[in-house]
Write a protein that binds this ligand. Structure first.
Ligand code: SAM
Length: 312
């Protein structure tokens, strides 16, 4: 097992606990999924044990009750889960090169100055965009989410991470009634969120706040990803993720064949990008530029839709 310190183990284990399904209890040192690139990456980390400022922050949070331990099993508390989610998202988005691929496709000129992230979770996407020079000078990133715990965890992680060149502002808000006037943003993104929402309203709201010539980027998980997660959960005897991901696959199939639940769902759905595209086709001033299955590792090749609002 090497010479790990308790703090270092916590830092990595909190990520891994999340990766196996929030609030699930299990032994973080058993049952690695060799098919999953992110798990292979974490496993490599477990062998190296880097020490960083974040490790210290997380250790403090663990002492503050972010993780509970019952026998050999560790469970994330709500705040711990939010924190772990933020950390994993940061890792995955950074390592996958997701935004490099999207910006290579879209090439927004000039670079975005006012960015809205709908359902931003911890808002770590803002940090990645800003740290990697995707945003224009003096750009502002606004993240909104309905989950106060996710926002709080994100604020904490962002404040500990140097290198953000843009203003990052995170606030509570609803994707279906965005708290911004019309034509506010030149770049609106939403990753892993529209698959929970009534599609028409979500797309209309994103369109409303977009400036003329502004870009809309929507990313959703794919059926392939859902299936992989369902099978991995089945193999490691975790009933809740099995139900969650199998339902997503079934709802995704129903959606593919045109059977859609018009209401907001507490389940998420595979392959809903077709639903997003359909709604975009219904808005005359919004044109899909790319509908692309991305080649990024770590994310099971999600599909990104990039659209642009017309001039007038
Ligand atoms: C799978 S997470 C994606 C988070 C982030 N975009 C990312 O890629 O890491 C889905 C997020 O959508 C948020 N969400 C769901 N419904 C929402 C709504 N109606 N308004 C705002 N946020 C919502 C959830 O709270 C959650 O943080």
């Amino acid at each position: 097992m090497g010479s790990w310190t308790w703090d270092e183990m916590n830092l990595l284990a909190i990520r891994r606990l999340h990766y196996h399904g929030i609030h699930e209890t299990y032994d973080p040192l058993r049952g690695w999924d060799p098919q999953s690139e992110y798990e292979r990456y974490l496993y490599g980390k477990f062998q190296q044990i880097p020490v960083s400022d974040i490790a210290l922050v997380i250790t403090q949070l663990i002492q503050g009750g972010q993780v509970t331990k019952k026998g050999p099993f560790w469970t994330l508390t709500k705040q711990g889960a939010a924190l772990a989610y933020g950390l994993c998202e940061y890792d995955i988005q950074k390592l996958s090169g997701l935004w490099q691929e999207i910006f290579k496709l879209a090439k927004p000129r000039p670079r975005p100055r006012r960015v809205l992230d709908i359902g931003c979770g911890g808002g770590l996407t803002g940090l990645i965009l800003s740290q990697n020079g995707f945003l224009g000078p003096e750009a502002s990133y606004y993240g909104i989410d309905c989950d106060a715990a996710a926002l709080e965890a994100g604020r904490m992680l962002i404040s500990r991470n140097p290198g953000a060149t843009s203003a990052i502002s995170l606030s509570e808000g609803n994707a279906l009634g965005l708290p911004f006037p019309d034509h506010t943003f030149d770049f609106v993104l939403s990753k892993g969120v529209f698959c929970y929402l009534p599609m028409r309203k979500a797309v209309q709201e994103a369109f409303r706040v977009l400036m003329p010539q502004g870009y809309l980027v929507v990313i959703v998980p794919t059926m392939q990803y859902m299936l992989h997660k369902a099978v991995a959960a089945l193999k490691s005897f975790q009933p809740r993720p099995v139900i969650r991901y199998s339902t997503a696959v079934l709802l995704g199939l129903a959606s593919f064949f045109g059977i859609r639940n018009p209401r907001q769902s507490r389940f998420f759905v595979g392959e809903t990008i077709r639903g997003v595209q359909k709604q975009i086709e219904g808005i005359p001033n919004l044109k899909t530029l790319f509908l692309q299955r991305l080649s990024v590792p770590f994310l099971s090749r999600p599909i990104a839709l990039i659209a642009q609002k017309a001039m007038g």
